[in-house]
Design a protein around this ligand. Sequence first.
Ligand code: KG4
Ligand code: ZN
Length: 341
Amino acid sequence: MKKDQWIMGIETSCDETAVAIIKNGREIASNVIASQIESHKRFGGVVPEIASRHHVEQITIVIEEAMNQANLSFDELDAIAVTAGPGLVGALLIGVNAAKALAFSHNLPLVPVHHIAGHIYANRLVTEFTFPLLALVVSGGHTELVYMKEHGHFEVIGETRDDAAGEAYDKVARTLNMPYPGGPHIDRLAQNGSATLDLPRAWLEEGSYDFSFSGLKSAVINRVHNAEQRGEVIAPEDLAASFQESVIEVLVKKTERAVVEYKVNQVLLAGGVAANKGLRRALESSFAEKPEIELVIPPLALCTDNAAMIAAAGSIMYEKGVRADLSLNANPGLAIELYNE
Ligand code: KG4
Ligand code: ZN
């Protein structure tokens, strides 16, 4: 009988210190997250220096907790997988150094993982991949359509040219005086509003799978400021619903078009904005009409940053023979295609 594979994942690219242990690439043995959101809230966004300090304080505790919950000893692990990029360099470095220390002291292979590959592989904790597939990645830092013909092989067919979808959500929320991160607040408001405002949709050139959200974000901010100057009242619910409709329409239409052109079997939703109720509903209703294509949406806890997804991607990268030595450095601009054959 084949021996079970146990991979530890470490994630510190932004404001969550997270460590998880995954069995055979798909089963969560432990998934521990120490969130720093409360510390960043009063600044309206993530402060890199504060993030690094929190990671330093939390990382050892979170590693211990993940090992305890999984009830494992280090000699039972097969590898340490860690987010090497992209992200905040000072934040990434804490995870990378912790991973290097563990790999060195326990003589374990070190596997570098791309953060977005992690978001995509959160879906493999839900169901097995069937290729070719398309992943719609929508997070605070990224908005991408990624085509995969096989495990560990990533082709970015479209990406944002300016703001990421989550970033636009956070900035619009800030204009409406809502706390960071604003995505969930806008989502909640939008459920109670109607999309009555006419806001732009950036389709870009014919055939492009790229995105752009900065024009939409500016249009919302201008509407709010103009209304304030004129003493008009725009219901925040309607503004949220109109903004959300504009974001979702572009995301869903471009995904639908790519699915046909690339003839995929599966569509995966990934990243923090995948927690958005409106987006989940719109994709579900679109793909309900296309039963030949399987739509996979991770549970909320696996949409936002976590380490289970890093271990899940790490499991595949480990099997592909991807390794780093102790010279591994954090790379804030790491490319996802790096390990394509
Ligand atoms: O993937 P993630 O946890 O971190 C990055 O890798 O960026 O994504 C965080 C982003 C934030 O911008 C947050 O506002 C957004 O995900 N987000 C949402 C929702 N929940 C989180 N955006 C819209 N609707 C939500 N329900
Ligand atoms: Zn993320």
